[in-house]
Design a protein around this ligand. Structure first.
Ligand SMILES: N[C@@H](CCC(=O)N[C@@H](CS)C(=O)NCC(=O)O)C(=O)O
Length: 200
């Protein structure tokens, strides 16, 4: 299988962390591409030109981090990414969805920051920044930040918070979520997180 990534993409990182947690590193070849540079290999896997994309051995190409994670968990059920209990799974999915949207909002802030100053929307920047702070505050109570199995909720939250620190360090989410701040010290040291940290 071929996994197209960029080394800074938080969406790709979710998949790479899951691959490491499941011990599938030798089954999946990583290809580093620049999605902003119309890479033909990426275009073949994902006509929408986004990472991550996973091309299966039979040729089918999967796009979107959550779709890829769902497939990985069905194809390789050992070390499941979701809790077995349905209610616990629903709670984990709710957290993972919040984390995914927080990544999207952080990416929005990054892209907005790359636009020339007069074209930026200060209203939207403020709206998304406040939403990210409220999101962190909600995760503080809704996410059961255990130091147990690294399920999809943990993967999503860890990748979302690490990406905020990486790209928008001025957002002081720890002030709203001190417990998550403490949990992140533990999460960042997990081998799957260390292996997938963006280059300095
Ligand atoms: N919903 C997608 C989002 C993927 C995404 O936005 N990837 C970014 C990298 S962080 C990208 O490839 N951007 C290039 C573009 O949008 O043209 C997912 O969860 O995988």
């Amino acid at each position: 299988m071929q996994l197209y990534i960029s080394l800074t993409s938080p969406f790709a990182r979710k998949v790479r962390v899951a691959v490491a947690e499941k011990g599938l590193g030798d089954r999946i070849a990583e290809h580093v591409v620049d999605p902003w540079n119309d890479d033909p290999a990426l275009a073949a896997a994902n006509p929408l030109m986004q990472v991550p994309a996973l091309t299966l051995d039979e040729g089918l190409a999967l796009t979107d981090s959550d779709t890829i994670l769902g497939w990985l968990d069905r194809a390789f059920p050992k070390t499941p990414l979701w809790p077995h209990d349905p209610a616990a799974r629903t709670r984990a999915e709710a957290v993972a969805a919040l984390a995914q949207t927080m990544i999207e909002y952080t990416v929005f802030l990054v892209l907005e920051g790359r636009r020339p100053e007069p074209s930026r929307s200060s209203v939207m920047i403020e709206r998304r920044t406040q939403a990210l702070l409220r999101g962190a505050q909600a995760l503080e109570t809704r996410f059961h930040a255990s130091k147990g199995p690294f399920n999809l909720d943990s993967i999503g939250v860890a990748c979302a918070l690490a990406y905020m620190d990486f790209r928008q360090p001025q957002i002081d989410w720890r002030a709203k979520a001190p417990g998550l701040g403490a949990w992140m010290l533990w999460a960042a040291e997990r081998p799957s997180m260390r292996q997938t940290a963006p280059p300095a």
